[in-house]
Design a binder for this molecule. Structure first.
Ligand SMILES: [Zn+2]
Length: 217
């Protein structure tokens, strides 16, 4: 039986990695593997296949700690029992690895944001119809309420919601006591970012949450 296409493609990619990037950085891999990692920044990005932080930032192994979930959402601090994968990764990055910065990077044409906007017109789920995706993207509701209250023009609602989602995640980060403490102590900074897929451009949010393009050269 022949391997399916996805498997052939992954194996071929792995072989290119072994012959190229791995061979060039063999010593670095060995050092990181034996001595451990100490990345300086946590990047929170979407699971979307087009927005790999390592690719966009040309990061070498060990350089950035990456957390990816649907729509690059940081949930509000919630110490109740539950499977808080995103919150656990943030805690690990801040409290154990003591990163200097957390960047939340949203992106153009986000399927998670689109699903949230579509859900506004849908009937609420019936009893017994649980959707993990549905409950997760509802975290964006706070961003949507702030966005609707801001009187921003309604054109390009998807993009404006993508920006608003990043701003909300930044606010939610500050609801984690260990994040707030590190920020107030000057040990941690927070940065909002946005990747425009079609043009391959990166934008950073300023202190007022306004996004502006980062020089590309
Ligand atoms: Zn996305």
């Amino acid at each position: 039986m022949t391997d399916p296409k996805w498997k052939k493609s992954l194996i071929s990619g792995y072989q290119s990695f072994r012959a190229g990037a791995y061979t060039k950085q063999k010593d670095l891999y060995e050092e990181l593997g034996t001595q451990g990692q100490s990345p300086d920044v946590l990047v929170i990005a979407c699971v979307d296949s087009r927005v790999s932080p390592s690719t966009i930032f040309g990061a070498h192994p060990g350089e950035i700690f990456v957390l990816r979930n649907v729509a690059n959402i940081v949930p509000p601090y919630d110490p109740r029992a539950g499977y808080h994968g995103t919150s656990a990764a943030i805690e690990f990055a801040v409290s154990n690895m003591k990163v200097s910065a957390i960047m939340v990077m949203g992106h153009e044409s986000c399927g998670g944001v689109n699903a949230f906007l579509s859900s506004l017109d849908e009937e609420p789920a019936k009893d017994g119809e649980h959707s993990f995706l549905g409950s997760w993207i509802q975290i964006l509701d706070a961003a949507h309420k702030r966005f609707m209250a801001s009187n921003t023009p309604q054109a390009d609602q998807q993009k404006l919601m993508e920006y608003a989602g990043v701003r909300q995640s930044m606010l939610n980060l500050m609801s984690f006591p260990f994040v707030e403490k590190a920020v107030l102590a000057g040990d941690l900074s927070l940065q909002g970012a946005y990747f425009s897929i079609i043009e391959g451009r990166l934008l950073f949010a300023n202190e007022d949450g306004v996004f502006a393009e980062v020089p590309s050269e």
